[in-house]
Design a protein around this ligand. Structure first.
Ligand code: C2O
Ligand code: CU
Ligand code: CU
Length: 498
């Protein structure tokens, strides 16, 4: 068997565009060598006004590939950050210390909070300073996350390691008796892809191709672990999955052909479990799965070629194929040696998801995602944009408020994608429901609350949400494509609640 190091570095030096684990010989070797790292829990300490969470952003070094040290960024550790855990109703203070020599931010992705606490591009934490975000947790149990959101440098800072999970629990989800023993039968999986230079450092020298198509790595990391496996100690395990990649889309499935049992998405549990052969997960999206295992069983969670990307449609076919997930490769191996037996019954109903209807909406706001160099209309779309990527013909400008939403209103946001690539569209500060995709109902796993939705090439998605509170005419929230290279290149806009 060839060493991972030899394969990876050899391939990088040879300039191979794609070298996923399936081609590196790891799949053939059968077993995934490295035990999965579990990010430590951070539960906060009792302060005068609720729970206080101390987060220190610093640079470090981490060994992703055996014997090779990679310079990284991390939060309370060398790479990634701790899993922040709190409960609905908590008051939290997140105290972010920037120990770097460069500015940064930490944005709480998926959290319903005042714009001043959002941690977006306007809440820069200068080197050597501390920024505090204090707010109440006013949402249901869900897997959210946090990451750097520095203007034009989000892609690079996230790639180097500035991301972590944000777990919210509540009474109702507890009463459903779902697996919730963190790291034991409730396992977080942050999926990312990375490229390494010959000296072991992350390769983030973006070409024009990387900016247009999004950065793709040739090594898959889960919680920072390359070729991971996890030993499951209970018969039933909950996997809480974040696609924390800059741009790669995964189409998840089990290699034993069994269905995935999906119980949750970005904003919490679904109304009922959904059984699906494949689940496509774009950057920024989350999914919660239940996995039942037999004794001595080994199952691999894989990424499979995607119908939209690989099958192609319309003029974008070639680009879609190149940018999408057209390969098959393992994400993680799940091993059950002698699992403790569990109650494998599953409630038919999980929770009640808010059910805003189109008739309640005060208005429909329209967004078009623009890539002037690549649009269906070719260069025509470039007029007035100077060739930059943008939304509604404009590239992101921190000094411009693009949309004003009235507090208390319910709105439909209609997102139109005329480009040949799929874009994951994300809205800050709210959780929405997906009304339809090209007029058709969303897939079962998309029917819960979401904050990020895939908008396929040449398609239109409508989402609906309420903006019940937090009016602040001066401080904007962002909406953007969560392909971080697109976001950094201007595919982002700002809205205020008034
Ligand atoms: Cu996950 Cu604007 O971000
Ligand atoms: Cu966000
Ligand atoms: Cu995009």
């Amino acid at each position: 068997m060839i060493s991972r190091r030899g394969i990876l570095l050899g391939a990088t030096a040879a300039g191979a565009a794609f070298l996923l684990a399936s081609r590196s010989g790891l799949a053939a070797a059968g077993r995934s060598a490295n035990p999965l790292r579990i990010p430590p829990l951070l539960e906060g300490t009792a302060g005068a006004d609720g729970k206080v969470y101390d987060l220190n952003v610093a640079s470090g070094k981490f060994e992703f590939l055996s014997g090779i040290s990679t310079p990284t960024l991390g939060i309370n550790g060398a790479y990634l950050g701790p899993t922040i855990r709190c409960r609905e109703g908590d008051r939290v203070t997140l105290r972010v210390r920037n120990s770097l020599t460069e500015p940064t931010t930490l944005h709480w992705h998926g959290l319903h909070l005042p714009a001043a606490s959002d941690g977006g591009p306007h809440q820069v934490v200068e080197p050597g300073t501390v920024w505090e975000a204090s707010f109440a947790i006013r949402q249901k149990a869900s897997l959210c996350w946090y990451h750097s959101h520095l203007m034009e440098q989000t892609g690079e800072q996230v790639l180097r390691g500035l991301a972590g999970l944000f777990l919210i629990e509540d009474e109702q989800s507890k009463s459903l008796r779902l697996p919730s023993d963190y790291g034991i039968d409730d396992i977080p999986l942050v999926i990312q892809d990375r490229r390494f230079d010959a000296d072991g450092s992350f390769d983030y020298d973006l070409t024009m191709h990387d900016v247009m198509m999004g950065y793709k790595g040739n090594v898959i990391l889960v919680n920072g672990t390359a070729s991971p496996h996890v030993v499951l100690r209970r018969q039933r395990t909950r996997l809480r999955i974040l696609n924390g990649s800059n741009s790669r889309i995964y189409t998840l499935g089990r290699d034993d052909g069994a269905d995935l049992v999906v119980i949750g998405s970005d904003g919490g549990l679904l109304e009922q479990p959904a059984r699906m052969r494949r689940v496509r997960l774009g950057p920024g999206e989350r999914i919660e799965l239940l996995v039942d295992m037999q004794s001595d069983q080994s199952v691999r969670l894989m990424s499979y070629p995607d119908r939209v990307a690989a099958g192609g449609m319309g003029p974008g076919m070639m680009m879609g194929g190149m940018a999408g997930n057209s390969e098959t490769f393992p994400i993680i191996e799940l091993r059950a040696e002698k699992p403790e037996s569990a109650d494998l019954s599953l409630p038919e109903r999980l929770i009640q998801v808010p059910n805003w209807t189109a008739a309640q909406a005060a208005r429909t706001r329209r967004f078009s995602l623009d890539m002037p160099m690549m649009g269906m209309g070719g260069m025509m779309g470039a007029a007035g944009m100077g060739g930059a990527m943008g939304i509604n013909g404009r590239a992101m400008d921190m000094g411009r408020i693009d949309e004003r939403v009235s507090q208390g209103s319910i709105e439909i946001w209609q997102i139109r994608n005329t480009t040949p690539l799929a874009h994951p569209f994300h809205i800050h500060g709210v959780q929405f429901r997906t009304l339809d995709r090209n007029g058709r109902p969303p897939l079962p796993h998309e029917q819960g609350l979401k904050d990020t939705v895939m908008v396929d090439p040449d398609s239109t998605v409508r989402v609906i949400t309420a903006f019940p509170d937090f009016a602040d005419p001066k401080r904007p929230y962002m909406y953007h494509c969560h392909i971080l290279e697109h976001e950094d290149a201007g595919m982002m806009g700002q809205f205020v609640v008034v």
